[in-house]
Design a protein around this ligand. Structure first.
Ligand code: NI
Length: 269
């Protein structure tokens, strides 16, 4: 374990963080300092994901400030009650911005008992997917305890290969196989390093390298040994080390492959 931590500290990328929230208030005191520190630590780029119109605009502002930051615009399932065709029209406008590379994050979240009703979440998810198809951008999918419905909607909406990523993938290896058969992507973050990550490890093992990307979901989901602290992209090497171990590859190969996949997925030149 000590050896592996030593290696982790030496791994510096470059890596691409496909799912971050640097607009979050957790970064209000030191946002610029932190973004620059992550850049120093090997972050080649990152996509900040909106959760509604307001936060999507915040992500775009960051993308305008830093050439290596990109944005996604969309309506998160936890914000599904704010979904209206009018809000979708506003997101459609934001998607015209040259640094908005995806729709998201959106999807289904059945974890909270007091969350938005399933029917409203589904309606919101479908509207976001249709925007993604209309603008030929990929969709960033948040699927929490809603694997069957999420898959069904993606299939029903005929999302093309390369058109979706399951962020912080938490399903089984069996579900992963179905997602693979559609050519959709997966991204893994800190949860892969948690003690109870058996299912995620099994899933990661069956996913081909060509469909894998790295993420933080920062400020949330800090990997072991930083668990519980505020997460940043500088912690991505801990996740890359875990993925390298699962795949039996060197960590540099994991950085290289996941970065190339991210650039391809988001059509970043
Ligand atoms: Ni997120």
């Amino acid at each position: 374990m000590t050896d592996s931590i030593k290696t982790e500290k030496n791994s510096r990328g470059p890596f691409f963080d496909t799912h971050a929230h640097y607009n979050d208030s957790a970064f209000d005191d030191d946002r610029d300092e932190m973004i620059n520190a992550c850049r120093e630590a090997g972050m080649a780029g990152a996509v900040n994901c909106g959760t509604d119109v307001r936060t999507s605009l915040e992500c775009i502002a960051l993308a305008e400030k830093y050439d290596f930051l990109y944005a996604a615009a969309g309506i998160h399932p936890e914000e599904a009650l704010s979904y209206t065709p009018g809000e979708i029209d506003k997101i459609r406008e934001l998607l015209k911005h040259p640094k908005v590379v995806a729709v998201g994050e959106t999807g289904l979240d059945y974890y909270y008992e007091d969350g938005a009703p399933k029917e409203i979440q589904k309606e919101n998810f479908i509207a976001n997917i249709r925007l993604a198809k209309e603008t030929a951008k990929p969709v960033i999918v948040h699927d929490r305890e809603a694997h069957a419905d999420t898959l069904e909607i993606l299939k029903q909406e005929k999302v093309p290969a390369g058109g979706a990523v399951f962020h912080c993938y938490s399903g089984s290896a069996e579900t992963a196989r179905e997602i693979i058969s559609h050519g959709w992507f997966f991204s893994f973050g800190g949860a892969l390093t948690f003690k109870n990550a058996r299912r995620a490890l099994e899933a990661a093992a069956v996913i081909p390298m060509e469909l894998l990307m790295l993420e933080t979901d920062c400020p949330y989901m800090a990997p072991v040994p930083m668990r519980g602290k505020r997460n940043t992209s500088a912690n991505i090497p801990f996740v890359a080390e875990k993925l390298a171990e699962i795949k039996g590859l060197g960590v540099d190969r994991v950085f290289e492959a996941t970065t190339a996949n991210a650039l391809l997925f988001f059509k970043i030149k």
